[in-house]
Design a protein around this ligand. Structure first.
Ligand code: IOT
Ligand code: MG
Length: 515
């Protein structure tokens, strides 16, 4: 099995090396020193030798530092590539960092619009530092500009610490957004490349992707065929020769991924389903696993144990949206509970965003498209797809529905293809109908937070302490904000946060406000 050699890093440019990242959330830390580049970097990796170099490439005075993986496999992807000298004859043997370097050398900054993958990158070229995310910002990237120097990291908490909040000029970085509670740290937006020249202070930004605003009318059969092709390619590019795991609820999204994985994987395909004492989707998942012939596991955990994973979920996603955390919590626990070593994991996460799957109650197709447009305009910064969510448990996760080509296609489809004949996510169901049991293809959506009882358990824990219904949402938010402050802003290890205490504090604070 091959996993990305680097899934996260912290790097200091033209200054003292940044403090060792005491909160590197995943795997082990490796350190590199790149001579002459004015660069000090520590990276974290899921597997490999402790002394292994992080994913870098250098040439002609350009240095590239990459986290994650690219989805260019050999020269087939870019037909003209054989004619481009930087790529040579050996395209197929280039590492991802070398591929990105070659792309940069040939196309310059515009090359970042070509790159597909689940990655972020820092490039040093002639005194300029470029920090870029993939189209979805699926590996978050943060900046801290200091006098004459710059720090970049894949986790905001790695840039927090003593001097945080003392850099008033920092808001003026184009292409970035603030991070709650960390005044001088900025997050690079999704699909954006930010260029900073530390010596002059110049800062510019370029978009590499943005969600399509227009929609296309396509004959249903054509839309189905295109989605089938795009999703198959997205799954295939995420497989290697080794074993692969799919986290399976038995809903249409993860079942589609499992089916395509089973069809195209070279190694063993394992599926895993999580349940709690408050609920499970075991029957639905087992039906799919048996149909496909995967090696299937069911894991049952205590529902309150899921809520007590909040510090890990908040530390991984570094945001304060309690609703989205209810989707991430069961996954965090599932990743922690998986037996064996590091895994390559495919998920069905994110399908509901471009397909409008979370909006079962929206009747008009026009309104469905409005909520899809809204969700596509607001995903950035929620960090739902951050590799740290699986990385805290040592796994590499990847999400085929948010592959750039799949996402581009899904967003653009007119909403009547997403809700058709009263069926939600119609185009996806039709695209995988031949691969799955009929019952699975027809199965209505059940969110992970519902199926696992996560939402109801968290609510019940608050109400058991006497909190009235109408204050539940605010109390969940207060809990999340308190945990974020501690683990991401103040650097407290998630293991030290007592969730029951945080819960009681949130209720006590609510009583003060209420009286
Ligand atoms: P849901 O779609 O139920 O779950 C997301 C993924 O988690 C599934 O595709 C599956 O791979 C995995 N999963 C879910 N339940 C289980 C389980 N019991 N055992 C194992 N794996 C499981 C929320 C949601 O309903 O999750 N996610 C939506 C919406 C995100 C909203 N964000 C936004 N608007 N920015 C999604 O699109 O995935
Ligand atoms: Mg889903």
């Amino acid at each position: 099995m091959t996993l990305p050699s680097t899934t996260g890093f912290v790097v200091g440019i033209e200054g003292p090396p940044p403090a060792a990242p005491s909160l590197a959330m995943s795997g082990q830390r490796v350190t590199v020193d790149i001579r002459g580049g004015g660069l000090h970097a520590s990276g974290w990796a899921i597997q490999g030798d402790p002394g292994a170099a992080i994913a870098t490439a250098s040439g002609d005075g350009v240095t590239v530092l990459l986290a994650g993986e690219l989805h260019h496999r050999g020269s087939d992807d870019i037909p003209e590539i054989g004619d481009i000298p930087e790529f040579g004859d050996a395209t197929a043997t280039l590492t991802d960092a070398e591929f990105l370097l070659a792309c940069w050398q040939h196309y310059g900054r515009a090359g970042l619009r070509l790159i597909q993958g689940r990655f972020c990158v820092v490039i040093l070229d002639a005194g300029a530092v470029v920090a870029a995310t993939d189209h979805a910002g699926s590996i978050p990237l943060y900046l801290r500009v200091l006098a004459g120097s710059l720090e970049v990291a894949t986790e905001a908490k790695a840039l927090g610490g003593a001097s945080a909040g003392r850099n008033p000029g920092v808001t003026a970085i184009p292409g970035t957004a603030p991070v709650p509670g960390l005044a001088d740290v900025r997050r690079v937006r999704a699909g954006t490349a930010v260029t900073v020249v530390p010596s002059s202070g110049a800062k510019t930004a370029m978009r590499t992707w943005s969600p399509p605003q227009h929609r296309e009318m396509l004959a249903p059969a054509k839309a189905v065929a295109r989605l089938s092709d795009a999703l198959t390619a997205a799954v295939c590019t995420r497989l290697d020769d080794g074993p692969v795991t799919v986290v399976l609820s038995g809903g249409i999204d993860s079942s589609a991924v499992a089916a395509l994985t089973k069809r195209h994987a070279h190694g063993t395909v394992t599926t895993v389903s999580l349940g709690t004492d408050a609920g499970d989707e075991f029957d639905a998942a087992r039906l799919v696993a048996e149909h496909l012939g995967t090696t299937h596991h069911e894991l049952r955990v205590g529902s309150e144990q899921v809520i007590r994973a909040l510090p890990w979920a908040v530390a991984a996603a570094e945001m304060v949206d309690a609703e989205v955390l209810e989707y991430l919590l069961p996954l965090v626990v599932l990743y922690q509970q998986l037996p064996g070593g590091p895994r390559r994991i495919l998920t069905g996460y994110g399908a509901d965003i471009p397909l409008g799957g979370m909006h079962r109650d929206t009747d008009m197709v026009g309104s469905l498209d409005d909520v899809i447009a809204h969700d596509m305009a607001t995903f950035d910064g929620l960090n739902e797809m951050s590799p740290v969510i699986g990385g805290t448990a040592g796994h590499w996760t990847t999400h085929p529905f948010w592959d750039r080509s799949v996402l581009d296609l899904l967003v653009r489809l007119e909403p009547g293809l997403k809700r058709r004949e009263g069926i939600d996510k119609w185009v996806l169901r039709a695209a995988v109908a031949d691969l799955l049991p009929e019952q699975t293809v027809r199965r209505p959506k059940l969110g992970i937070h519902e199926g696992s009882g996560t939402t109801s358990t968290w609510t019940a824990m608050l109400k058991a302490e006497g909190l009235p219904d109408e204050r539940v949402a605010a109390a969940k938010r207060a809990m999340v904000e308190a945990i974020h402050r501690r683990v991401n802003c103040e650097g407290e290890p998630p293991a030290l946060v007592d969730v029951d205490e945080v819960l009681r504090d949130a209720i006590a604070a609510d009583r003060v406000v209420a009286t």
